[in-house]
Design a protein around this ligand. Structure first.
Ligand code: SAM
Length: 281
């Protein structure tokens, strides 16, 4: 399939799926490959014919929607985020939990892929001394694709998925099995996976920390970003943090927020008790 044809098709189809083309520009290859396979399955000559097929078969839009999921992820993606979690965000959340008399913190990863992000948070918690502070951390990872969740439960990865992880963590947390690096069971225990499409459902709980990176605020339309952004903020505890992808922005229309740390990509909800010396703005 020619790249130009794929671009032209995506620029037409993505807005109809409430997604935005600029988010896909750099990573379109993954979607274009799936489209080429789909044309073969349907024995269609080109994307023009596929457009007609879509218009004649409304159910095909669901298949196209699932082909537009970008699944790229890796452990410790954007390492600076994890440094911030370790040095500022978790210490502040732990202090505040102690002030409230809580023994637990909760984290929600939206679009948990095959576990790379939620397991990175688990490794950070376990291997950087945070778990010794007398507070427990539970992590919920929601993900639309059941196959990705199944892979996460197995927890074995190619070396390329782990290359950004600090060497010490890599050595302690993974063992080599059949040429792949497999996460030891104890680091999986605090992560729970749930199949959910963030566009239609969200957990019935609140969280101290929410990671929504490289999904909603990259690929979805502005209207969807606002709708989902509102749902996310409602699930953030006062004083809690929302972490976005490094190049993502939270919709300006949403209020009750404080922007802080790392430019625009870490957001703190107003409220909650904060010890004076740990304030981040
Ligand atoms: C680009 S990956 C990002 C993973 C991780 N957050 C990161 O930053 O490395 C996006 C993940 O979100 C999942 N996803 C796509 N659409 C979704 C939806 N509507 N609801 C929940 N997860 C979705 C994809 O299957 C994929 O695993």
């Amino acid at each position: 399939m020619k790249d130009d044809a794929c671009i032209c098709f995506l620029q037409w189809a993505l807005p109809l799926l409430h997604m935005r083309w600029p988010g896909f520009r750099k990573v379109r290859g993954q979607v274009c490959k799936r489209l080429a396979r789909r044309l073969e399955e349907l024995q269609l000559a080109n994307l023009k014919d596929y457009r007609s097929h879509l218009l004649d078969n409304p159910l095909e839009w669901h298949i196209l929607d699932s082909m537009c999921r970008i699944t790229i992820s890796r452990f410790y993606r954007d390492r600076g985020v994890y440094n911030n979690l370790q040095s500022q965000i978790f210490p502040e959340l732990i202090d505040n939990a102690k002030l409230r008399g809580d023994k637990n913190l909760s984290c929600w990863c939206i679009g948990g892929a095959s576990g790379e992000e939620p397991y990175s948070v688990s490794l950070l918690w376990e291997l950087s001394g945070l778990e010794r502070k007398g507070i427990d951390l539970k992590i919920l990872a929601t993900e639309v694709d059941q196959a990705m969740i199944n892979r996460a439960r197995v927890g074995c990865y190619p070396a390329s998925s782990i290359r950004e992880l600090p060497a010490l963590m890599m050595g302690r947390a993974f063992s080599l099995q059949g040429g792949r690096l497999c996460l030891k069971e104890k680091y999986k225990e605090r992560v729970h996976f749930l199949q959910q499409d963030i566009r239609n459902e969200q957990p019935a709980a609140t969280f101290d920390l929410i990671l929504c990176r490289n999904l909603v605020f990259t690929y979805f339309s502005e209207e969807l970003q606002e709708e989902i952004g509102q749902e996310i903020i409602e699930r953030l505890t006062p004083g809690g943090f929302l972490v976005l992808g490094t190049h993502e922005r939270f919709p300006k229309t949403l209020k009750d927020l404080t922007q802080c740390l790392q430019g625009q990509s870490i957001i703190k909800k107003e409220g909650g008790k904060i010890s004076r010396d740990k304030q981040t703005r």
